[in-house]
Design a protein around this ligand. Structure first.
Ligand SMILES: [Zn+2]
Length: 82
């Protein structure tokens, strides 16, 4: 899993496997959305995203983005000490 915070946006990439052929695919966690699915490029299997889990994940990403912004601001608001 890789993750970073750039332009005030979180980017987290996961490498899940196709349930059928087990081929890894790249999943941008922000695209893990309720009602969406992943079509395997290797075997064509459609892996549906768990709607409740997807909703929970999106909310967590949103909350985390807000918190990370606060981390940046907490440094920005400090006075510089040598
Ligand atoms: Zn597959």
């Amino acid at each position: 899993m890789i993750g970073f915070f750039k332009n005030r946006q979180i980017y987290i990439e996961l490498r899940p496997r196709c349930p059928k052929c087990k081929k890894e695919f790249m999943l941008d966690l922000k695209k893990f959305l309720p009602g969406k699915a992943h079509g395997c490029h290797a075997c064509g299997t459609i892996a549906r995203f768990d709607a409740q889990l997807a909703e929970r994940v999106q909310k967590l990403i949103h909350d985390l983005e807000l918190s990370l912004r606060e981390v940046h601001e907490s440094f920005a608001s400090q006075e510089a000490h040598e």
